[in-house]
Ligand binder design. Structure first.
Ligand code: PLP
Length: 479
């Protein structure tokens, strides 16, 4: 596509956009149980959109030029700190999302240890992939420590034993994305503190809901900045603070810990570049939208939303735990469920396809260490009221997957995949694999079980390589 010679009328463009959006997963109504967070409250989107529009042309690159942004960011950081055990010295930064917050935590830790030539971070094997991304970008080694095979929580002794003289950061999750379980933050943070090493709590997904769960009487293990040894914590506003996409908060226990995160350059003839995040020009839009949503909902609003999502999660959890053929992995403490097959006469990835047919999106997760192939459910407040419908459809999806039987792959497919070297994957070999998966072009097929089964037999480095190839073709105009 090239640009139209004469510009199109605004109405027509918005109609075209609506038509494009109709092909997307629904972002409201609780049918999409990953990627999106729906409060189910009316008026919130309009408020956020209005606030976004008021500030989207401002630039956080220079907070002295746009003091409104400075004020809103300090307000948001103060609110996050108050919710998450911060003290008078706590400072923070609003970033574009969880990955950026995690990357900045790694960057700050690495930059603070100029004495270490080959820095490494110690993470439980369930830590979010954002830490692997940070390690990749910033040339940091990752020491991955297996989690407990039954609970999927970090093993504090093994984490402590993995800390060495090159370790610049230890990471724990509250909760982990894959299983929704909260790591034992107290002993891990204590071990890090004893060795003089920073400890980051990744509360990107749970940070805005766990404190309210605790207030509602749930048994939530200590995980926040009040735990001795915790030096930083990330919490995403675009998750359970129900703000539009594009905001997360990275808190540091004090300004000295945060300082290495910042970047200044006077080594060129233009303005002195002074950045707190990975971005330089930063739209004030997401920040203003988040500030508006936080102030509109207030503490009472979040407590009420937490109570709603807790009820939905409990109902779904109980229904799945007793459903024939399915089992829950771990003991989830928040709003995330990991559902595995409890029998071998069907495939969970087929269940995902069957759910798609019934208008639900559940996210396939591959087997990893003791974690079986499973379906991930991010439950939000919008799931309240339709729990029984979801459970009935899930039971029907399992029955249907049982009728189809497990996905089987011919020996030639398995041996082709086994013979692929990720370092030498050619476009031709990739094309041949696509054909084996029954795909004539690179696009997500309607049913993914066969593709997922093929990806499941590929070891992670090959899977990564295949998916990079997939992305490369996908992001080619005209593909
Ligand atoms: C625990 C955890 N950390 C980090 C992230 C990354 O967040 P984002 O997708 O906003 O970059 C997520 C996303 O789900 C998460 O659950």
């Amino acid at each position: 596509m090239s640009l139209p010679t004469a510009g199109l009328p605004a109405d027509r463009i918005l109609d075209d956009l609506r038509a494009l959006r109709a092909g997307d997963l629904p972002t409201h109504g609780g049918r999409t149980l990953a990627y999106v967070y729906d409060s189910g409250l009316s008026g919130l989107d309009e408020l956020a959109a209005g606030a976004h529009a008021l500030a989207s042309s401002t630039n956080g690159l220079d907070p002295t030029a746009f003091p409104s942004l400075l004020r809103m960011e300090n307000d948001i950081v103060a609110a996050a700190s108050a919710l998450l055990g911060g003290g008078p010295a706590t400072v923070g930064t609003v970033t574009s999302g969880g990955t950026e917050s995690c990357m900045l935590a790694v960057h700050a830790a690495r930059a603070s240890r100029g004495d270490v030539t080959r820095p490494r971070i110690v993470v439980p094997s369930t830590a979010h992939a954002a830490f692997h991304k940070a390690a990749h970008y910033f040339h940091v080694e990752v020491a991955t420590v297996p989690v407990s095979p039954d609970t999927f929580t970090a093993d504090p002794e093994a984490m402590a034993a993995a800390i060495d003289d090159r370790t610049v950061l230890v990471v724990v999750s509250a909760p982990s994305y894959a299983h929704g379980v909260v790591d034992p933050v107290v002993p891990v943070a204590a071990a890090a503190r004893e060795r003089g090493v920073r400890c980051h709590v990744d509360a990107c997904i749970g940070g805005w809901v766990l404190p309210y769960f605790r207030a509602l009487g749930e048994d939530v293990p200590d995980f926040d900045l009040s735990v001795p040894g915790v030096t930083s914590l990330s919490v995403d506003l675009h998750k359970y603070a129900y703000c539009p996409k594009g905001t997360s908060v990275l808190l540091h226990a004090d300004a000295d810990l945060r300082r290495p995160q910042f970047f200044a350059s006077a080594s060129w003839p233009g303005y002195t570049m002074l950045n707190s995040t990975l971005q330089s020009t930063r739209s004030g839009g997401p920040l203003a939208a988040a500030w508006a949503v936080l102030n509109h909902l207030g503490d009472d609003g979040y407590r009420s939303l937490a109570s709603t999502v807790l009820s939905a999660t409990r109902t779904l959890r109980a229904g799945i735990a007793t459903m024939d053929g399915l089992r829950l992995q771990g003991d989830p403490r928040s709003t995330l469920l990991s559902v595995a097959a409890d029998a071998d006469d069907f495939d969970v990835f087929t269940v995902a396809d069957e759910m798609t047919e019934r208008g639900w999106y559940l996210q396939p997760q591959f087997g990893f260490e003791s974690s079986a192939p499973n379906l991930h459910l991010t439950v939000t407040a919008a799931n309240h009221g339709t729990e029984e419908l979801l459970l009935a459809d899930l039971a029907a999806a399992v029955a249907s997957a049982r009728r189809s039987g497990p996905v089987t792959m011919g020996p030639e497919v398995t041996s082709t995949i086994a013979g692929l070297d990720p370092a030498e994957l050619t476009p031709e070999a990739f094309g041949a694999l696509l054909a084996m998966a029954g795909m004539t072009k690179v696009a997500a097929p309607k049913r993914m079980a066969e593709v997922n089964a093929m990806l499941a037999v590929a070891p992670p480095p090959l899977r990564e390589r295949l998916l990079v190839e997939f992305l490369s073709v996908l992001y080619t105009p005209g593909s």
